[in-house]
Design a protein around this ligand. Structure first.
Ligand code: MRU
Length: 349
């Protein structure tokens, strides 16, 4: 494993010639390390074990995994290479079910390969496609960041959830992209970061990212969310999303729904922020699978057992917030105002 000093010049996920290079998020914040993969199965494993996580980041990583399958295929005919690509695509699709970006990324590269007339052109086309997706991700986050920054006032304290930052995307971030853009527009923003049990993306990743970027931020336990909102110290809530369905429901990290309910109770605006690749215009909320992760995440904290052996455990990784709790959705296609259930399909095409 390679150790690198500079966090800012390199991306969370990047195409590195004939390999995919990514920050290993399982060892943050203790160590900033990068991993390189040349096989689709390795990328699938990295997604499953959350070496790479966050909806836009896994979308691009999975797409790159499919591209690797085209490069590794020994097929000499178009049918043969497509069979290898479809096999890798199926494996990558099976890694995590909730974030739609993953399916969007895989499908886009499979379509690109299908369109190419020869195996050589298919290989070239998938490589250019994933490079384009990498660039588009950062550009979309910057665009939505600018749009969302308009909602933030100078001096605001913003609560977020999980990590919807540079680490959850190729770069810049969605919810944290909004916060970054507000700061770039000259506003002072303070960030309240819930720890986000069980995988602790808030405590480990958002805290790391914000501190590295010199933000005024404060970590709180998940159980302090209601208290903070009830005390009037939070001006806005800005979160990411893993899937936004055609009926305006927002699927995001477990705990988001309770934040949305409490935000409404205390009249704090609640804004999910997501690029177009997070919108699923084909499904309504009842058709989405919520990932159930391993019980070990709940009975242990970072490998240390805290609950008695034999205790039955539930570990849903995401929850769904209904549109009536959403003030507006920030997207790179524009602001989706209330009623979001109706406006999602108008703004996102
Ligand atoms: O399980 P994770 O860490 O992949 O979940 C990530 C989240 O829920 C993020 O909030 C979401 O992907 C938005 S990322 C810009």
């Amino acid at each position: 494993m390679e150790q690198l000093e500079d966090f800012f010049t390199l991306r969370t996920v990047t195409w590195a010639g004939r390999s995919v290079r990514m920050i290993d998020q399982t060892v943050l914040p203790r160590r900033l390390a990068y991993r390189s993969y040349t096989k689709p199965a390795e990328v699938a494993e990295a997604i499953k074990t959350m070496v790479v996580r966050g909806a836009p980041a896994i979308g691009v990583a999975a797409a790159m995994g499919v591209a690797l399958s085209a490069l590794e295929s020994r097929a000499t005919g178009k049918e043969g290479i497509m069979a290898d690509i479809e096999k890798a695509a199926a494996l990558l699709r099976s890694t995590r079910p909730t974030a739609v970006n993953l399916f969007w990324g895989v499908d886009r590269v499979v379509r690109t390969a299908r369109r190419a007339p020869t195996t050589r052109e298919a290989r070239e086309a998938v490589v250019s496609e994933v490079k384009a997706m990498e660039e588009e991700d950062v550009a979309a986050n910057r665009r939505l960041g600018k749009i969302g920054a308009e909602l933030i006032d100078d001096g605001d304290t913003v609560m977020t959830q999980c990590n919807a930052g540079a680490l959850a995307t190729v770069g810049y971030g969605t919810a944290l992209g909004v916060i970054r853009a507000a700061r770039e527009a000259g506003k002072f923003v303070k960030v309240l970061v819930p720890e986000t049990r069980p995988a602790l993306q808030g405590a480990r990743l958002t805290a790391f990212e914000l501190l590295r970027d010199g933000f005024d931020c404060r970590l709180i336990s998940d159980t302090a969310v209601g208290y903070a909102l009830s005390r009037g110290v939070v001006d806005k809530v800005v979160v990411g999303a893993d899937r936004i369905t055609r009926d305006g429901w927002v699927f995001n990290k477990i705990g988001t729904y309770q934040i949305a309910v409490l935000a409404r109770r205390h009249r704090v605006p609640f804004y999910p922020a997501a690029p177009r690749s997070t919108f699923d215009l084909e499904r309504t909320h009842g058709q989405v699978t919520i990932e159930e992760r391993n019980a070990s995440e709940v009975v242990s904290i970072r490998g240390r057992r805290i609950a008695p052996r034999g205790i039955p455990v539930g570990n849903p990784a995401f929850d769904a917030t209904p549109p009536e709790l959403v003030t507006a959705i920030v997207s790179d296609a524009g602001l989706i105002r209330s009623p979001v259930a109706k406006n999602v399909r108008r703004v996102i095409s």
